[in-house]
Structures are given as C-alpha cells and as structure tokens.
Design a protein around this ligand. Structure first.
Ligand code: NAD
Length: 321
C-alpha cells in the first residue's frame, strides 16, 4: 500500500520517527505541500491508497482526481481542511486524532498567563543587558507583577483542555468558574458553571477553550468586552477567530483589557497587518501549545493506530461515519 504524508514537518521536524508508519506500507513524506495549489496535492497523492494531512486542504477535487485513495488521516484534532462529506460519499473514512495534547495545551495556557503576570522572559533579558548591575536598588521590574491567588478565572468551553487548565488554575489558588453548552459532572468537581453573562461580569482572567463554531466565532468582541471587568486578562489557546482582533486591540490600547496572551490568530501564519501585533500588552506565540515532543509523539502513535485499524477493516476515530 502506498502512503503519502503531505505536510509532515510540523509533526516531525526530525526529533520523531516515521518507522512505525513505514512498517504499514511504501511511505513518502513531504515536509510541506501547497495550501493553495490543489494540483500539487493531487500529483503527490497520485495512486496512493492512504494520505495524511495536517493543514494541506483535501477538497472534493482532490478526491475525484485520486480514485485509488481509500483512507484519509488527519494529523490533528480539527479536520476542517478535508471535505469530509465528499469523502463519505466516496466511502473514504476520514480519521482524526481526538486527544493528544490536552495536558500540553493546558500547560501552555498557564505559561501565557504567568508570562503576563511576571514577564519572566523580559526581566531575564534585562538582567543580561546589564540593567540589574547598574540598578540603584536590589531589584527592579518593568511591568506590574500580578498574584493570581484569590482572582477569578472564567473558562469558556469546559471540555478536556478547559478542565485541565481549570485544575491548574485552582492549584494556583484561583477561583474557577466555567461556561459550557453541555455541563458535566467532571466539570462540576472543578468549577461552578455560570452563564456567559455572569462569566464576563465576574472574571479577572478569561480563557478560551471552546471549539470554533459559527456560534462561537467572534465571542470576544466589543459588545462582550464591554461586559467584562476593567483590567481583565484574556487568554486564547483555542482558535483565532474566536476573537474579533480589531476589537481586542482597541480594548488593549484603551486599558479596558489589561493584557492578552494568544497562541492562535485569525489567519495563520499571522499577517503583517494583524492589529494584535501593534496592540499594548499582547503576547502572541506561533501556535505552539500542541507541540511539545511528548504530545507530538502521542499524535504519531494514534495516527499509526488509525491506519492500522483501517487496514484491519475496523477503522477508528472516523469523523465522517
Ligand atoms: P473538547 O471537545 O473536549 O471541549 C470543548 C468544549 O467546548 C466541550 O465541553 C463543549 O461542550 C464546549 N462547547 C461547545 N460549544 C460551545 C459553545 N458554543 N460555548 C461554550 N462551550 C462550548 O475539546 P478540547 O480537546 O478541550 O479542545 C478545545 C479546543 O482547543 C479545540 O476545539 C481546539 O480549537 C483547541 N486546540 C488548540 C490547540 C493549540 O495548539 N493551540 C491544540 C489542540 C486543541
């Protein structure tokens, strides 16, 4: 069986091994494939039976031009890059990786929050630049330093990652409240569920962990920011379009929002004119919450399991049943 990986670089830049995948067939791995020219994907898939993609689109046109294709694996949880309905019509299972990065994304949420509270990177650099050596006092700081204990964290989307982040916030002494369309018992053990309006009104820190749906797109917009406490902190490790970036940039510049930490933006890679790039007190990281080696290693294992299960004619993690 021929297996093609269209964009393997971010999953495995060289610190993992494709060996288990190689045991399942004749494997070709491309680091990247054009996101805009479908012909490149068509040509690279060719007569392969199985393809894996992370962010390279697989629209209906690719499926119709690659009639030997019988399996599509997504090297991610989100599978919006694949036309899953067209694949279903052709009897092709699309298999994703439902859970691999829960602990990593929750940890990164806290990393962004703690960076806002302490600016460890900035102060470390300032010391190396000699600022401490020449300082008249025994210490100095360039930003307000913030203690989180006793403050209220409001989590929007209290699923696997939201709850893991909630547990870490509780360990920091925070009071955790949550909004979710589907409250559950494991969530109730960590936090009090509240309405979205209550969450906006009560939270000192708001962290986004809901999926991107039409109903959640732009959930952080001017109208909702107006309902928040002055000086609120906003963290987004979920999906960029949850935030109306122009509205958040304006709120950061006015001080209504004290700071933001975002690992995801509306268009990735980030565009040079993204308003958050110029906004005050905004930390932006390049979509790395998912990417510790431990987390990518789990992703690799599940990708191999998905293909193995397809070969055994008992596909798992199928999103287009
Ligand atoms: P999950 O499905 O376990 O949790 C999502 C939660 O959101 C569920 O509890 C669901 O009920 C809730 N929800 C659905 N619609 C909602 C709405 N309208 N309002 C409020 N809550 C709603 O998913 P997860 O594993 O916790 O992942 C959460 C998100 O994290 C993913 O959707 C993805 O966008 C993002 N993510 C980001 C990275 C990264 O590297 N930055 C990596 C993995 C996942």
């Amino acid at each position: 069986m021929k297996i093609v990986i269209l964009d393997g670089y971010t999953e495995n830049p060289g610190d993992l091994s494709w060996a288990e995948m190689e045991k399942l067939g004749e494997l070709t791995v491309y680091d990247r494939t054009s996101l805009t020219d479908v012909n490149e994907a068509i040509q690279r898939i060719g007569d392969a039976e199985a393809v894996f993609t992370n962010k390279t689109p697989i629209p209906e046109q690719v499926l119709s031009m690659c009639p030997k294709l019988k399996f599509i694996g997504v090297l991610a949880t989100g599978y919006n890059v694949v036309d899953v309905d067209a694949a279903k019509k052709q009897g092709i299972p699309v298999c994703n990786i439902p859970t691999y990065g829960t602990t990593a994304v929750a940890q990164f949420t806290i990393a962004l929050l703690l960076e806002i509270c302490h600016h460890v990177g900035h102060h470390g650099e300032a010391v190396k630049e000699g600022r401490w050596t020449t300082c008249p006092d025994f210490c100095f700081w360039d930003y307000p330093l913030i203690e989180l204990a006793g403050k209220t964290a409001g989590i929007i989307g209290f699923g696997k990652i939201g709850q893991a982040a909630g547990r870490l916030m509780k360990a920091l002494g925070m009071n955790v409240i949550a909004y979710d369309e589907y409250p559950n018992d494991s969530g109730r053990e960590i936090a009090e569920y509240v309405s979205l309006e209550q969450l906006f009104a009560q939270s000192d820190v708001i962290s986004l962990h809901c999926p991107l749906f039409p109903s959640t797109e732009g959930i952080i917009c001017k109208d909702n920011i107006d309902k928040m406490k002055d000086g609120v902190i906003i963290i987004n490790t979920s999906r960029g379009p949850l935030i109306c970036e122009a509205d958040l940039a304006a709120a950061l510049d006015s001080g209504k929002v004290f700071a933001a930490g975002v690992d995801v933006v509306s268009t990735e890679p980030i565009k040079a004119d993204n308003p958050l790039l110029q906004a005050k007190n905004c930390i932006i990281t390049p979509h790395i919450a998912w990417a510790p080696k431990e987390s990518r290693s789990r992703l690799m294992d599940v990708a191999v399991d998905n293909l193995r299960a397809y070969i055994a004619e008992e596909p798992i993690n199928v999103v287009n049943k």
